[in-house]
Design a protein around this ligand. Structure first.
Ligand code: CO
Length: 134
């Protein structure tokens, strides 16, 4: 059911410093910051030959990333994103097998303009999983 690894997301306390590190030290292609008010994040995409890294920084009052950074002050891996062909088919299959979909179960439009869902980390080995329909 799942396809390519679309991205790995890392929560960072200093978006500019993290962007500079990927650009100047790791030599990656780093895109400009993008604000995603619906998700409470500012995102910087880093393009690698085989996938993307998504640097996440809190935006607004009750950003989920603020809580994550409170627990992990130096930052950390936040989620991984797998591609699926049909997000509704994927969701229904997961729900029927007992997995919990976060936030009511309806897809939202994600940072790439495509429908996304998040799966409860306790159901997936402690890893927050994002599904993106491509
Ligand atoms: Co993501």
């Amino acid at each position: 059911m799942i396809g390519r690894l679309n991205h790995v997301a890392i929560a960072v306390p200093d978006l500019e410093a993290a962007s500079a590190q990927y650009r100047d030290i790791l030599g990656a292609t780093v895109r400009p910051p993008q604000q995603e008010p619906d998700h409470g994040v500012t995102v910087v995409f880093i393009e690698l030959p085989n996938t993307k890294i998504e640097l996440l920084h809190p935006l607004g009052e009750d950003s989920p990333i603020a809580a994550f950074l409170a627990k992990n002050p130096s930052g950390g891996m936040h989620h991984i994103c797998y591609e699926v062909d049909d997000i509704i088919v994927a969701r229904d299959k997961l729900v029927s097998s007992g997995a919990r979909v976060l936030g009511g179960g309806e897809p939202k439009i994600g940072a790439h303009g495509k429908p996304v869902l998040f799966l409860h980390p306790k159901d997936f080995n402690g890893t927050l999983i994002e599904l993106e329909q491509v």
